[in-house]
Unconditional design. Structure first.
Length: 398
């Protein structure tokens, strides 16, 4: 506009020089110049307002980014991502996917729900790599579709599974690889996606990819810090923390809790005769046998050496004895490679059980009683269960 005004005034100047301007032309010229300046003034004010709005949105987006980066809990992070994607109520639905190696896209978050193990209803395996999802994975660029019905490249998963009429597809990119997807869109009312919608969503997706990667790594580090490297059961430090927590929960809800201490019989003999590598394999296999008989809520930890601790929530001593008897029999029957070198030609375990609140009110006392019961089981001949000083002799092959 300023260039046009400049050229117009230049023409007027030449007209004055060559005497071509009469009073009417001078009046019209003044009016045109005045109107041009008024128009430019209004444009400047409007530009200022737009810039102010952009700064506000930029500040809010930066706050979102900082919050995402600072969040290391994956569940909380996914909830934050969903909340910010849905902010403003322009989108009815949002889905966050994790890409697996076999082109399965596991849905780990939707509006109002987060599930790291996957939400089966919305999980799918990519079949056609030439449609929008496949192209997005390859090109690592976002895609907007204003009308699903008018675009033949839209995947059936988006049409039939997610039932979206329009959507924005955002790749989660880490080190030039697509690690997942974010899909936001509408199933009912269609809107016109603005440049603002796309810019803010893309910024959130870019930062979400980095934040999720950091959170996954953090969770792995946390997991390693509480997991025994050899057996992949929990370690002693985690056990001490967890037994206190579980006792407090049992106390609060007036519930039972049983603690079982397990020891592999004659394990030193197994190590000495077969080597430490064989001993390590034996412990790993024993843990797998134990886990096969436990519920998801039960906790097995390596207490030290060849001794393991089992926390059985909401279980009294008799219930614990039934579980441990099954484990004892399964261990005895398991085909350990060098079991023939053990006494009686088999690998066996001894177990001591104590319970809260019947035997002890605090964690230290409960551990001591379970340990004493284990000592009794070994003293009475091994391959048996002892329930808090009361021997329960199991079937032992003589």
């Amino acid at each position: 506009m300023l260039i046009i005004v400049f050229l117009f005034l230049l023409g007027v100047t030449f007209g004055e020089i060559f005497g071509l301007m009469n009073p009417l032309y001078r009046y019209l010229t003044s009016a045109v110049v005045f109107l041009c300046f008024i128009y430019q003034y209004q444009r400047t004010r409007q530009f200022g307002k737009e810039r102010l709005l952009t700064r506000e949105e930029l500040t809010r987006t930066n706050e979102i980014i900082q919050t995402l980066i600072a969040t290391t809990n994956i569940n909380k992070l996914l909830s934050l991502i969903m909340d910010n994607l849905m902010r403003g109520e322009r989108f009815e639905s949002a889905f966050i996917y994790q890409k697996e190696n076999d082109d399965t896209f596991t849905c780990i978050a939707i509006k109002g729900a987060v599930a790291l193990e996957g939400i089966k209803r919305f999980t799918f395996k990519l079949e056609d790599h030439d449609k929008i999802i496949g192209r997005t994975v390859r090109t690592r660029t976002l895609v907007t579709v204003q009308d699903v019905e008018s675009n033949h490249l839209v995947d059936k998963e988006i049409k039939e599974l997610l039932q979206l009429r329009q959507f924005i597809l955002l790749p989660l990119v880490i080190q030039d690889k697509t690690s997942g997807l974010i899909i936001i869109g509408n199933s009912n009312d269609r809107i016109t996606f603005t440049a603002k919608d796309i810019a803010i969503s893309n910024t959130i997706a870019n930062q979400a990819a980095v934040a999720l990667q950091n959170a996954w790594l953090y969770s792995k580090i946390q997991e390693l810090s509480v997991v025994d490297e050899l057996t992949q059961s929990y370690n002693h430090r985690f056990f001490q923390q967890k037994i206190r927590e579980e006792i407090e929960l049992a106390r609060r809800y007036d519930s039972n809790l049983s603690l079982a201490m397990i020891d592999v019989d004659f394990f030193k003999n197994y190590n000495d005769k077969n080597g430490h590598l064989a001993g390590d394999i034996c412990l790993k296999q024993a843990v797998q046998v134990i886990l096969a008989s436990l519920r998801k809520t039960d906790i097995v930890s390596r207490y030290g050496g060849d001794e393991f601790a089992l926390i059985l929530s909401a279980t009294d001593k008799l219930g614990a004895a039934k579980i441990l008897e099954k484990i004892r029999v399964d261990i005895e029957k398991y085909p350990f490679e060098f079991k023939h070198n053990q006494p009686d030609g088999k690998v066996t375990i001894s177990t001591g059980i104590a319970a809260f609140p019947q035997d002890a009110k605090e964690s230290r006392e409960l551990i001591d009683l379970a340990d004493q019961s284990l000592y009794q089981a070994k003293k009475l001949g091994r391959n048996r269960i002892t329930i808090c000083e009361t021997a329960v002799k199991t079937n032992i092959q003589k």
